[in-house]
Design a protein around this ligand. Structure first.
Ligand code: RB5
Length: 154
């Protein structure tokens, strides 16, 4: 065990990728909380991404990794949850910077975009890159301010 609890959520389109990542995370000693889906039967990505992202926001898990075919729908959903900064990353550079500069707490991957080995390389880098803090914290605080204001809008 390396002590970190990772929430996973995906739809049918990314189910095989979620399973690959789950296996890799377990081998690395992470604790995985899998919010589904559990097969390639067609589902709505919203129903699986929302609980996974919510668990990160509620601090039931430390970080989340969510998936759909492109990663787009999953990123829309995760970023609706207060406190979530979900980064859709299709390359290592974005993955690294999403942690260093944006302190992303959810990684989003496209199961129909990335080869499994590439996805593992992105996940590995993302999990092992710390937040730089400093000037970036001020910017994240500004995002949180917007979140607070927007919560009052119907
Ligand atoms: C499912 O067909 C697909 O629309 C979904 O996985 C995702 O790519 C949506 O953004």
């Amino acid at each position: 065990m390396n002590g970190k609890k990772i929430a996973l959520g995906s739809d049918h389109a990314a189910f095989p990728m979620k399973e690959e990542i789950k296996k890799w995370l377990t081998e690395q000693g992470y604790e995985v909380v899998d919010y589904g889906t559990n097969s390639e039967e067609s589902v709505d990505y919203i129903d699986f991404i929302y609980p996974a992202a919510k668990s990160v926001a509620m601090k039931d898990t430390d970080l989340g990794i969510v998936f759909c075919g492109t990663g787009l729908g999953a990123s829309y959903v995760a970023n609706k949850v207060k406190g979530i900064r979900a980064a859709l990353c299709q390359d290592e550079f974005s993955a690294k910077l999403s942690r260093q500069h944006n302190n992303a707490n959810v990684l989003v991957l496209g199961g129909r975009i990335l080869a499994p080995t590439r996805a593992i390389s992105i996940v590995d880098l993302w999990l092992n890159t710390p937040f730089d803090g400093g000037r970036h914290q001020k910017r994240i605080d500004k995002i949180s301010d917007i979140e607070k204001k927007e919560c009052n809008i119907r």
